[in-house]
Design a binder for this molecule. Structure first.
Ligand code: AMP
Length: 283
């Protein structure tokens, strides 16, 4: 396992493999790796000849009052974890390496969803994500990239960007990895106190209850939504949003769901000061 810090050195390292037609897989992360990231790394190692895990805490996707400064950092442990799963390289550039001219003037953004759901509460977040992911695609020239369904809106926007801009890369979706309690794994779970961690189980519990109600025949959008909201509120969480949306275009449903509707429930909620996201597909 080698940690590579410069763009040029990553390009030089990958060139011989790419010349031989080897498959390069990219797993973009912000570090503080856990088994959720592990699932992405394993999927890449299985499919590809070479796996590159990027660890880059991308400042341009954080708002001014967000947790950029306190986000957990542990590059060496991350590199050991990635190596233990069979990854070949960790690409860990500095902010100056990625943005040598300060904040980029050229940004990749979508025209409609960046202001909805997570984007409504995190202005500029998705353009920061799409911009850094584009840069990582262009720098690595990877053939495959792996993203988690935990960040559902992000994954949707990346898939769409790849289609819209003809990136020559295949995007792979990896299902959400949860702790045995049901809590979706996240680097931000480390911020939770012992009590908050228990209370936060209300998110996955609420999502599962809504899915059970749906499978038992409930089709009212607001009824299904209320099940999730109630679960979180009763557990002292603060709901940022719970939305019932279409998996194919992420547009909101209202009224009564039809049998053909492809539903996913998106949630963001605070427990204490920690913002958590989660989601569940109904079919
Ligand atoms: P992050 O380091 O939080 O930016 O996440 C990097 C990648 O790991 C993203 O594609 C996330 O969706 C994915 N990821 C994070 N947590 C999980 C999880 N619990 N299950 C599956 N994928 C995850």
């Amino acid at each position: 396992m080698q940690i590579i810090k410069s763009i040029e050195s990553l390009r030089e390292t990958l060139k011989p493999f790419q010349r031989e037609g080897k498959k390069v897989g990219l797993v973009p992360t912000m570090g503080a790796l856990h088994d959720g990231h592990g699932a992405l790394i394993k999927a890449s190692v299985k499919d590809c000849d070479i796996t590159v895990v990027s660890v880059f805490l991308n400042p341009i996707q954080f708002g001014r009052n967000e947790d950029l400064d306190k986000y957990p950092k542990r590059l060496e442990a991350d590199a050991n974890f990635a190596a233990s799963l069979g990854a070949d390289y960790v690409f860990a550039p500095s902010v100056a390496e990625m943005y040598p001219n300060g904040d980029p003037l050229t940004l990749v953004r979508d025209e409609s969803l960046e202001c909805l759901y997570c984007g409504a509460y995190r202005p500029g977040h998705f353009r920061g994500v799409l911009t850094v992911v584009s840069k990582l695609f262009l720098i690595s020239k990877a053939n495959h990239a792996y993203f988690g369904e935990k960040d559902y809106q992000q994954l949707f926007l990346i898939e769409r960007m790849v289609k819209d801009l003809n990136f020559d890369i295949e995007i792979h979706r990896v299902p959400i990895v949860r702790e045995s309690t049901g809590l979706a794994m996240s680097s931000r779970n480390e911020y939770l106190s012992v009590d908050e961690r228990k209370q936060a189980l209300a998110i996955s519990r609420g999502l599962n209850e809504a899915k059970e109600a749906y499978l038992a025949g409930e089709r009212g959008v607001s009824k299904l939504r209320d099940i999730v909201v109630k679960s979180i509120v009763l557990s002292r969480g603060q709901v940022q949003f719970v939305e019932i949306v279409n998996q194919n275009d992420l547009q909101k449903y209202s009224g009564v769901l039809k049998p053909t509707d492809k539903v996913v429930v998106l949630v963001a909620a605070f427990f204490g000061k920690t913002r958590l996201i989660d989601n569940i597909e109904f079919n």
